[in-house]
Design a protein. Structure first.
Length: 187
């Protein structure tokens, strides 16, 4: 990888361009930089979720995911370089199966909410969906390996399941969408 940051303020981005890990300079609005930013934002929201009181296994999983997302950002900053692999996607699939196994089947849509931790997991879910859309857009213009795109797709699924798990860990349950509810109805 490139040089470690020793100086944060460089002023090299003041003209609207930024450097990639391979030394190339690109516009800050390029699809690649947008995708990197979406991955960084996803990782930052996981950092906020980690501020909550979480089961230890969930905390360890989220820390692993943060490292994977950092690797993914690095991969995106170095075109034609691979850091995220099918093994990391498979790990998300394993966690999905593990955490989903004890959840009751859904009979209705659920709304983001419940405990604060569950609501934050829903925020991570939606931000990772945005990151996925940014990566798909980048892939329409440039070559993007399948594993990174699959990873963020699975991550959003995992965050949905995790929100359900965290609601139960916090003593609650899913917040169900009510089909019969109307806007004029008393609550």
């Amino acid at each position: 990888m490139g040089n470690r940051l020793s100086k944060i303020v460089t002023r090299t981005g003041d003209g609207g361009k930024t450097g990639l890990g391979d030394g190339a300079r690109v516009d800050k609005f390029s699809l690649r930089i947008v995708a990197i930013g979406e991955i960084d934002e996803t990782n930052s929201h996981i950092g906020v979720l980690l501020c909550e009181d979480l089961p230890q296994d969930v905390r360890a999983m989220l820390l692993d995911i943060q490292h994977d997302l950092f690797d993914l950002g690095g991969e995106l900053s170095m075109p034609r370089h691979t850091l995220l692999t099918d093994a990391q996607v498979a790990k998300l699939d394993e966690w999905l199966a593990h955490y989903n196994a004890d959840l009751p089947p859904l009979k209705e849509f659920i709304l983001p909410g419940g405990t604060r931790a569950a609501a934050l997991a829903h925020v991570v879910r939606t931000v990772s969906r945005r990151a996925e859309r940014a990566m798909v857009a980048l892939g329409a213009d440039e070559t993007v390996a399948p594993a990174p795109r699959q990873y963020v797709n699975r991550l959003s699924d995992l965050m949905f399941v995790l929100a359900r798990v965290l609601n139960r860990a916090g003593g609650g349950s899913d917040v169900l969408w009510q089909r019969e509810r109307t806007t004029g109805e008393a609550r």
